[in-house]
Ligand binder design. Sequence first.
Ligand SMILES: NC(=O)c1ccc[n+]([C@@H]2O[C@H](COP(=O)([O-])OP(=O)(O)OC[C@H]3O[C@@H](n4cnc5c(N)ncnc54)[C@H](OP(=O)(O)O)[C@@H]3O)[C@@H](O)[C@H]2O)c1
Length: 245
Amino acid sequence: MTAPVALVTGSARRIGAQIVRTLHHHGMRVIIHYRGSQQEAESLAAVLNQTRPNSAAVLQADLDQPAAVRQLASDALACFGQLDLLVNNASSFYPTPIDQADDADWEKLIHSNLRAPFILSQQLTPALRQQHGCIINIVDVYAEKPLQTHTLYCMAKAGLAMMTKSLARELGPEIRVNGVSPGPILWPEAGQMNQQAIQDATALKRSGDPDDIANTVYWLATAAPFITGQILAVDGGRSLALQGS
Ligand SMILES: NC(=O)c1ccc[n+]([C@@H]2O[C@H](COP(=O)([O-])OP(=O)(O)OC[C@H]3O[C@@H](n4cnc5c(N)ncnc54)[C@H](OP(=O)(O)O)[C@@H]3O)[C@@H](O)[C@H]2O)c1
């Protein structure tokens, strides 16, 4: 009953699900948040609860709605009565060429990638402070060097990077706040990316694996007590020379 508790947003599938599996494998209790992927979220929780009863919970919320984000924060605290780690992973990602972007794109891209992480951090600060816990934001190498025609997404992730540093100052010494910036890990399910060109422009000449992100999140959360306000690129060297996009 004393195992640390982690809330990972957008964790029914893909990278978020691997973060959940890794934290759980290392003994944490996990709260799996989803928006539309109910079946995947419940299946994942069922597998984890079979391994250790009452070690995984599932919560639904649309992070575009501020009231729903606040409700998610209070529901998360009700799950296990404590919170040690918040991982802001959920994200919308798609191109927004300047002549096509509209208010709905602003809401989808800025709210999921930036406003929701801020509201969750704000709402969960008292609980995290009590546990001397941490916040880990999943950023992107494109927060620093823009991806062509993805201005709103890049703006949101750049804001998330600044939020990481700013909250690290404000929430210390009790809470550490760090970021992980993935390079190419899993290709988006919709839309086109120039996969070969991106891999060619990556020092290690390949994509990474969700494990690379999950293991870094676990390390930052549990084995890096003097690290705060840092954003660690886990990108195979992709950010050394951003070309191919
Ligand atoms: N994949 C990569 O190679 C890569 C590269 C750079 C950075 N990243 C970052 O790494 C993180 C994980 O990447 P990923 O590719 O695994 O992400 P993803 O599959 O694109 O999205 C993760 C989840 O976010 C949730 N989500 C999106 N909008 C939401 C909203 N408005 N409200 C609630 N949930 C919402 C979705 O949940 P539901 O399915 O339940 O709707 C989705 O499954 C993201 O922050 C991404 O920006 C990834």
